[in-house]
Design a protein around this ligand. Structure first.
Ligand SMILES: Cc1cc2nc3c(=O)[nH]c(=O)nc-3n(C[C@H](O)[C@H](O)[C@H](O)COP(=O)(O)O)c2cc1C
Length: 203
């Protein structure tokens, strides 16, 4: 199912096409596409090039996938189980190298950027990514022996788009629902915080 963003200004077609579906096909993701997703994540920028992202990848049929799936909140368990991949994105909260031991204020920001890179590489291969904050962090930390210095930030589902018709009725409604975004005036300012301009007025 396509759910293109209705943009005011023209953007790259991949950005327009990206959305977070809940209906996934059970078709497996080809190995080379999985490799490319993480290659893209690997080349994301990060503060002091610390690359604080760590991923624990589960593929449908393996025990990692099952453990990740069972950590999801009920709402996410309603739909995520058809996706062929469930992966935990973690971040290293503490600096390595010359700042060893100090908190890395950018760790979550950097992990988010790596996810954005991964998402658009996946999209260019016909795949979609849906990130989730609704999961039991402690259970994942315990199950996968994630050290204290690392924080699980999101779980993401990835795969080919599927048939929204198989979703729970409430989810199906959301799947077909409008995509809403804030207006430029509420988040791009000039002169001082909160001050919008006519820069983004439609021509
Ligand atoms: C950090 C993060 C956490 C999210 N958590 C969930 C979640 O637990 N369950 C869910 O169905 N969607 C979740 N989403 C998806 C968002 O709801 C979705 O990205 C947002 O509504 C915008 O829709 P779009 O991605 O289709 O443009 C999450 C997205 C992000 C980035």
């Amino acid at each position: 199912m396509e759910k293109e963003a209705i943009t005011i200004f023209n953007v790259h077609p991949l950005l327009k096409r990206r959305w977070s579906p809940r209906a996934f096909s059970d078709r497996a993701i080809e190995k080379e596409k999985v490799q490319r997703m993480f290659e893209a994540a690997r080349w994301a920028p990060s503060s002091m090039n610390e690359q604080p992202w760590r991923f624990i990848m589960g593929l449908k049929g393996d025990s990692t996938y099952e453990v990740i799936f069972s950590s999801l909140v009920e709402f996410n368990r309603l739909w995520a189980g058809t996706a062929p991949m469930l992966t935990i994105s973690c971040g290293k909260m503490i600096h390595s190298g010359k700042n060893e031991g100090k908190p890395n204020e950018s760790f979550a920001y950097d992990v988010g950027q790596s996810l954005a890179h991964l998402t658009f590489q996946a999209m260019s291969d016909g795949l979609f990514v849906h990130q989730m904050g609704g999961f039991d962090k402690e259970s994942l930390q315990e199950s996968f022996k994630i050290p204290d210095q690392y924080s699980p930030l999101t779980v993401f589902a990835a795969g080919y788009p599927g048939d929204p018709g198989v979703l729970h009725p409430n989810l199906r409604k959301m799947e077909y629902g409008d995509r809403i975004r804030k207006d430029f005036h509420s988040f791009v300012f000039m002169g001082e915080f909160g001050k919008s301009s006519d820069f983004f007025n439609e021509v």
